[in-house]
Design a protein around this ligand. Structure first.
Ligand code: NAD
Length: 479
């Protein structure tokens, strides 16, 4: 990748700032590019542009079919730049080239999916008897501020941008300062699709500065935040000042329940994808595996055997294990692994950073003999670290799975349909996977309970996070 200087996109223009941020490659910790660091002035210009676009009715006055074709054009443009975007995202983010390409493909799918809904946002008529006619309308929220994290910047951005545009909102995307470049490529594609100025704005800047500034502005009508719990709580406090509604997609400590009759291959594939994909930097990662005591040693041993065979390297080589995003993130993971050992968890494999490598590489790690109250079973690590806990009864497994402050996803591995359904009903999570971690897709609603947040993204349901209901009640004379 060249060392290009990237810009912010405000009101249909690519603009520079006085200050810049340097983006480091996680695989080497060497600079890959610089990007303009947005100031509060830039934020104010983006807020005004989005406000003007939303209030002008430019996105909603024409028949909704126009938004359908526009969103489909965006999807086409994204597919056209997916290979170039993937190379840039892979270098800045550390993820594999294959997964980086997957993010752009998924982004295109979000635009196609919500294009299909843009002309089907229909209200209902409500019978009130003679003398009245009543119906509901769905208005766009107006200006949607969307704050994006670094782990899947492109697909997470598209996840909220596509339904917001489908519903006729203007959007400001706050990109993550550790991995903002893929989003510049995404927005270049959106620009090429003939997007009106002000409809989509992209700002990269420090979260605590420009992010906080926009989150406390009374010019936004909605905040969609994906990121950590403490940041989400700070944003919620600001939003409360202006009574701005929020969608909050926060962290997780999700558990897989493994019963003795579970298919062994499904378990191993799900562990590989569930906790080692993207170096475990996934909000819905399988960070805990609860295993029936009768098969605990067998399953832990086969996981360790699999993990010890994993390839490790830079994303360009498409290994199983890629670097984590930053040196700071690596240190945080390392610290949690050391505390786990002090609390009595036993390293079955890994347990520390990989020395002798230039980048931020954490050994894929499995802890055994973990008990539910240990910090490694309670705190989100956001790295390739699995905590294995033994249980004796279904009741106990559910209690352990539900025994954290989070509730994003959960999984059940069994051939017994009744057991799968019983557990699924009782697991406190926004989504339950049976026999395959990450089963589902962009069509299936996603979001959490507890500290994992609220509101739903993905699927048809998510579209209704981007509209407000207005009721129209009409008095009819003469009946
Ligand atoms: P983070 O909270 O540090 O940052 C997320 C975004 O918020 C970034 O763009 C950052 O610049 C911005 N930000 C930071 N402080 C801000 C402030 N005071 N005001 C406004 N914006 C601010 O999170 P991260 O480290 O980028 O991502 C990791 C976390 O995100 C993990 O906890 C993970 O579980 C969570 N996550 C959740 C989901 C989900 O869908 N539930 C998806 C991905 C990541």
């Amino acid at each position: 990748m060249n060392s290009r200087h990237w810009l912010n996109y405000i009101d249909g223009q690519w603009v520079d700032s006085e200050q810049r941020l340097t983006i480091l490659a996680p695989a080497t910790n060497q600079p890959v590019a610089t990007i303009a660091q947005a100031s509060e002035g830039d934020a104010e210009r983006a807020l005004n542009a989005a406000r003007r676009c939303a209030d002008s009715g430019e996105l909603t006055h024409a028949r909704p079919a126009h938004r359908v074709t526009w969103l489909l054009r965006i999807a086409e443009e994204i597919r056209a730049i997916a290979d170039e975007g993937a190379r840039i995202l892979c270098a800045e983010n550390g993820k594999t080239l294959r997964d980086a390409k997957g993010e752009f493909d998924e982004a295109a799918r979000y635009f196609e999916y919500y294009a299909g809904m843009a002309d089907k946002i229909e209200g209902t008529s409500i019978p009130l008897g003679n003398g009245y006619m009543d119906f509901t309308l769905y208005d766009p929220m107006g200006v949607s501020l969307q704050i994006v994290p670094w782990n899947f910047p492109v697909s997470i951005c598209a996840r909220s941008l596509a339904p917001a545009l489908a519903a006729g909102n203007a959007v400001i995307v706050k990109s993550p300062e550790l991995s903002p470049l893929g989003l510049c490529v995404l927005v270049e594609a959106i620009e090429r699709a003939g997007t009106p100025p002000g409809a989509v704005n992209l700002l990269c800047g420090r979260g605590r500065e420009v992010g906080a500034y926009m989150a406390s502005s009374n010019k936004v009508d909605q905040i969609v935040f994906t990121g950590s719990v403490p940041t989400g709580q700070t944003i919620l406090r600001s939003a409360a000042e202006n009574a701005v509604p929020c969608v909050m997609e926060l962290g997780g400590k999700s558990a897989a329940l493994v019963f003795p009759d579970a298919d062994r291959e499904q378990i191993l594939t799900s562990v590989r994808d569930g906790i080692f994909f993207n170096a475990g930097q996934v909000c819905s990662a399988m960070s805990r595996i609860l295993i029936h005591r009768s098969i605990y040693d067998e399953i832990v041993n086969s996981i360790v055997e699999m993990v010890d065979g994993f390839s490790i390297g830079a994303g360009e080589e498409n290994p199983v294990i890629t670097p984590v995003i930053s040196a700071g993130q690596l240190t945080g993971i390392d610290v949690l692994c050391h505390s786990a050992q002090e609390e009595g968890a036993v390293v079955a494999t890994g347990g520390e950073r990989l020395s002798g490598m230039a980048g931020n590489f954490m050994a894929p790690t499995v802890f055994r003999d973990v008990t539910p109250e240990m910090s490694i079973a309670q705190i989100e690590v956001f790295g390739p670290v699995l905590a294995a806990i033994a249980f004796d009864t279904e009741e106990e497994a559910i209690a352990i799975a539900n025994g954290t402050e989070f509730g994003l996803v959960a999984g059940v591995f069994t051939q017994d349909l009744n057991r799968a359904l019983r557990c699924s009903r009782r697991l406190r999570a926004g989504q339950v996977f049976v026999n395959e971690w990450y089963a589902g897709g962009i069509e299936t609603p996603f979001g959490g309970v507890g500290l994992s947040g609220y509101g739903r993204e993905k699927g048809q349901e998510a579209l209704y996070s981007y509209v407000r209901t207005k009721n129209l009640a009409i008095r009819i004379k003469g009946e």
